[in-house]
Structure formats: C-alpha cells, structure tokens
Write a protein that binds this ligand. Structure first.
Ligand code: UD1
Length: 377
C-alpha cells in the first residue's frame, strides 16, 4: 500500500524563497519517478506574506519557477511581536485543517520562528532547513529565531559541520541532527545559465571586476542616523575610485528618507531598487568585491570566489571565512580592508564541502527516512 507523507513548506521573506525552490523542485521530480511509487509526497506551500513587494517576493517566484503559494497569510510588516503573532494566529488554523506529517521551515526569519512555535504547541513535527547556524550575538533578531527554532524542531538539517557542533553544545541529541549541505547553493547551481544571460552589467554600464556591489539592510547598520551617514560617506569615497552599485532594501531606503540622506542622482554611486535573483547573482560573480550584511550573499560570493567584506562584528556562517572569500569588517577597518582586497586576487577561497547542488535531495530523503522510522521524537 502507498504511504502518504504530507508536508507544509513555509516561506515568508526574500531569503526563504531560494531555499524552498529546490525542495519543491525535488519533490516534484521524486513524485514523477515511477521507482518511487510506494511513497506519495504531498506538499502545500504556505507564504506568510512577511515580504510582499513585487521586488521582495513575486519576482523570486517567477524567476525560480516556484508555484503560486497554496495559501498566503498576508501578514505584512510590523514590530517583531506583531509580525510573529500575526503569523502564529493565521498559521494555526491551517495546521489544524491540513494535519501535516511535517512542517518544513527554512532559515531564520520571524516567519520561521512563528510557524515552529505553532507546531510545537500542536504536536506537529518540524524540520528546520539551515539549522544550527549561530552568530552568538543575541542582539540579532535572527539569532533568537535560530535558537528557539532549533530547540523546538524535531529534525535539524544542517548546512555545514560547524552547525552540527553548535547544536550538540546546546544538548540536542545526535539522532535529530543531519548534515545535508547548503540548499541555497542548489538554487544557485540550477540557475547558472540564467545568470549568464542577465543583462544587468550592460544596463548599469558596468565592467567586470571593476565595480563594487553593495547590499546593506540589517537594523544594526541602517537603523541609526550616525551609522547610515557614515556608510554613505564611505561609499562616496569608494565611488571616487570605482563605480559602486547599492541595491537598496526597502528598509534601508525608508531609513535614508527618514534621516534626510540624499541617495539619488549620483553617477558613480548608483542606488537601485532590490534586484531579482539572476541579476543579483550576476553582480555577485562580476564584482571586484562585495560589501554586504546579508547572510545569503556571504554564501553566494563564496561560491563565486568573489572577495566579500561583511559589515558585521560576527557571522553565523563561519565557513564563508575559514574556507570562502568572506571577511568581517567594521566602519573603522573598512578602508584598510578595502585596500587589502584590492591588492589581492579577483578570485579567492574555495567552495565548502556539500555545496554541491544535492542538498534538497538529501533533505527530502531525510524526511522520508524519518517518517518511515517513526520520526526522531
Ligand atoms: C527580514 C529578516 C532578515 C532578512 C531580511 C531579508 C527577520 C527578523 N528578518 O528582515 O533576517 O535578512 O528579511 O530581506 O525576519 N518592507 C517593504 N516591503 C517588503 C518587506 C519589507 O517595504 O516586501 C519594509 C517595511 O518597511 C518593513 C521593513 O522593510 O517594515 C522590514 O521588513 P521585515 O520583514 O520586518 O524585516 P527585514 O528587514 O526585511
């Protein structure tokens, strides 16, 4: 007799979409393969609506071929408590109605935490993709989300060995932890051809390896007037020597407007709207170096071996430093670090283990195995 496994897959914010895309892709190809007839995988995609702008959400669905969500909770923006609570209130009835075998959450955004909390109270099993990452900095909202999600999840699917070690230190039993590799790199590898055909370099009149790609959106960088003014003046200084493209998150734009910082009308410092996936990857590959505070771009630049300066005191993705092309920086150190980067090769570091395009296959197989064996709880 066929065994049915029902999954609810959660996506809420921009960095989630490239993590759910390969999972859905793999489930579809698994289901089409006649060899796998004994197990029927059913899934529904739930979009919490944490991100809702065309450029923060819809574009990723069309570029990555993600099917339209089965449900959109449309929670929108709000304080952390409001946003988290709204997701919880709207997700609980979906769980009660759907009765899934597993809820699959990815990453570390408020939607990840909210859905995990709902499931823990309803006794529904949670699989956390990208488990175990730690910055050891609880002033970051994502760190709180990571710690609570991992404490409650039943299956912890980790991208790198450091994540396994973090989880063991927190007393999580080995049986719950599975090293599966980096699912975001599955999407990157699957999209390399489309990245090659991106026209963004022409559109912005950029020359390969002769521009800087900037993305900054973390509250710790952009929510203070002093910090934001300092960042913009440093970017103007860099733009005196090399074109700078700043793909600006709506949060950063809102703060600049609030602080009265002029961002438009400069020739060498181009502030543009958030880019789609293929254009962003194209700039990541082609840049001389990157200045960012994004988690995903630290990984994507490591894959392309493009030097990356991360404007943060810590990272939950240490493998991007130990093996990859990433380096932490600060406003105080930035000009020294830029000098160093410009004196080094245009390609540095190496691609970490299990960044091989097969993480989603390992993840779905873990879910099947653990359902078969009665789960890990
Ligand atoms: C969230 C994640 C962060 C991730 C980032 C990627 C949390 C705690 N943070 O931060 O880990 O790196 O997404 O973007 O979940 N806004 C829009 N349009 C949108 C979405 C947001 O204009 O589609 C604006 C709103 O003014 C909103 C602000 O951005 O208040 C912040 O959005 P929010 O979802 O709270 O967090 P992010 O800063 O995007």
């Amino acid at each position: 007799m066929d065994k049915k496994i029902k999954l609810l897959i959660i996506a809420g914010a921009r960095p989630n979409f490239m993590k759910v895309a390969p999972l859905i892709q793999y489930i579809r190809s698994y289901s089409q393969n006649v060899v796998n007839q004994e197990i029927v995988l059913n899934y529904k995609l739930i979009h919490t609506g944490q991100h809702y702008d065309e450029k923060m959400s819809d574009i990723f669905f069309s570029e990555l071929g993600i099917p339209a969500p089965d449900v959109n909770l449309a929670v929108g923006s709000g304080s952390h408590a409001v946003q988290t609570a709204n997701v919880m209130m709207k997700f609980e009835p979906i769980c009660e109605q759907e009765k899934p075998d597993w809820v699959v959450v990815v990453g570390d955004v408020n939607s990840t935490l909210a859905c995990t909390l709902v499931c823990a109270k309803l006794g529904i099993k949670v699989a956390h993709v990208e488990a175990g990452l730690r910055s050891y900095d609880r002033s970051m909202p994502e760190e709180v989300n990571r710690i609570v999600t991992d404490a409650l999840a039943d299956l912890l699917l980790t991208p790198s060995i450091d994540a396994n070690e973090n989880l063991k230190k927190e007393g999580i039993p080995d049986s719950k932890i599975k090293l599966v590799g980096n699912v975001m790199i599955d999407t990157l590898i699957a999209n390399l051809e489309k990245v090659k055909s991106s026209q963004i370099l022409n559109q912005l009149e950029l020359v390969k390896k002769n521009f800087v790609y900037v993305t900054l959106h973390r509250p710790s960088n952009v929510d203070s007037q002093y910090g934001m003014v300092a960042i913009m003046s440093e970017l103007h200084r860099i733009a005196d020597t090399m074109p700078v493209v700043f793909s600006m998150h709506p949060r950063t734009r809102k703060m600049c407007e609030q602080f009265g910082i002029t961002i438009d009308g400069y020739k060498s410092l181009r502030v543009i709207d958030p880019l789609g996936y293929h254009d962003s990857l194209c700039l990541t590959e082609a840049a001389r170096f990157i200045l960012t505070d994004s988690g995903g771009i630290q990984e994507e630049s490591t894959y392309f071996r493009t030097p990356c300066l991360t404007l943060r005191p810590n990272t939950e993705r240490p493998v991007t430093i130990t093996l990859g092309s990433n380096k932490l920086t600060s406003m105080e150190r930035l000009s020294v670090d830029i000098e160093e980067v410009l004196g080094s090769s245009t390609e540095i570091g190496e691609i970490p283990p299990l960044w091989d395009g097969l993480a989603s296959k390992r993840i779905i197989n873990c879910l099947i195995d653990s359902t078969e064996s009665g789960g890990f709880v």
